[in-house]
Design a protein around this ligand. Structure first.
Ligand code: FMN
Length: 192
C-alpha cells in the first residue's frame, strides 16, 4: 500500500513515498548488508560539534534483545511490532561528565534516526518509530550508562498488506490518509 505525500511541489521520491506502516512481513529477515547500510546512514549524520551523541541497541527478530524491546512496549505497539525484522533502540548521550545537560543531543539523535529511515526506505525496507515503551525497563535491561537517554524504538522490515494486521482498528489506522499541517502554519512571522 502506498500513501504518497500530498506536497505542494514534487519532492525526492523516497521522501514523498516514505510513510510509517505497521504491517510487516514476519517471514522475512533483514540482511546484515541492509542493517549495516542503515546504521552507516545514521553514523554519517551531522551533529553539533560533530559530537555524534547517538547510541543504538540493535535487535533482530528471534534474538533476546528483540524480545526485551517488545516486552518494554505498551499497548497496541506490542501487537503489531513483533513482525518487524529488526528493532533499533535509539539513545543519546544527554549529559556531560560533570552532569550538565548536553544541549542538542536529542536533536542530533533525531537527525541520525531520520537519515537511517531514509536509507532504510531506499533499501526497500520501511520504518515505524515508537515512543510508547518503558524507558526505565530498557535502561535496566540493556544496562544503559547513566548518561544515555532512551528516545525511540525503530521497527524496520518489509511492508505487508494492511489487512495482514488482522485487528480491524489497526487496519483502519493503516489505511487512513496521512495528514500534515499546512506549510504556512510552519513558517513564522510571515517569513516565506
Ligand atoms: C518520536 C516518535 C514516536 C512515535 N511513537 C509511536 C508509537 O508509540 N506508536 C505508533 O504506532 N506510532 C508512533 N509514531 C509514529 C507516528 O504516529 C507517525 O510517524 C506519524 O503519524 C506520521 O506518520 P507517517 O510517517 O506515516 O506520515 C511515533 C513517531 C515518532 C517520530
Amino acid at each position: 500500500m502506498r500513501k504518497k505525500a500530498d506536497s505542494s511541489v514534487e519532492m525526492h521520491p523516497i521522501l514523498a513515498e516514505r510513510w510509517s506502516p505497521r504491517s510487516f512481513n514476519g517471514d522475512v529477515e533483514i540482511s546484515i548488508a541492509d542493517l549495516t547500510g542503515i546504521l552507516e546512514a545514521a553514523r554519517w549524520a551531522p551533529s553539533s560539534m560533530n559530537s555524534q551523541p547517538w547510541r543504538f541497541v540493535v535487535a533482530r527478530r528471534g534474538d533476546h534483545r528483540f524480545a526485551q524491546l517488545i516486552d518494554s512496549m505498551g499497548g497496541f505497539n506490542k501487537v503489531w511490532s513483533p513482525k518487524a525484522s529488526a528493532l533499533i533502540l535509539v539513545t543519546a548521550v544527554t549529559t556531560q561528565p560533570d552532569g550538565s545537560i548536553r544541549q542538542g543531543a536529542l536533536y542530533d539523535a533525531g537527525l541520525a534516526a531520520s537519515l537511517l529511515t531514509v536509507e532504510a526506505h531506499h533499501r526497500g525496507q520501511v520504518v515505524h518509530q515508537i515512543g510508547g515503551f518503558d524507558h526505565e525497563a530498557v535502561k535496566r535491561d540493556f544496562k544503559l550508562a547513566p548518561e544515555l537517554t532512551p528516545i525511540a524504538i525503530l521497527a524496520i522490515g518489509k511492508q505487508a498488506p494492511a489487512d495482514a494486521l488482522g485487528d480491524p482498528k489497526l487496519v483502519e489506522r493503516e489505511i487512513a490518509a496521512r495528514s500534515r499541517l499546512p506549510l504556512d502554519e510552519l513558517i513564522l512571522s510571515g517569513s516565506f
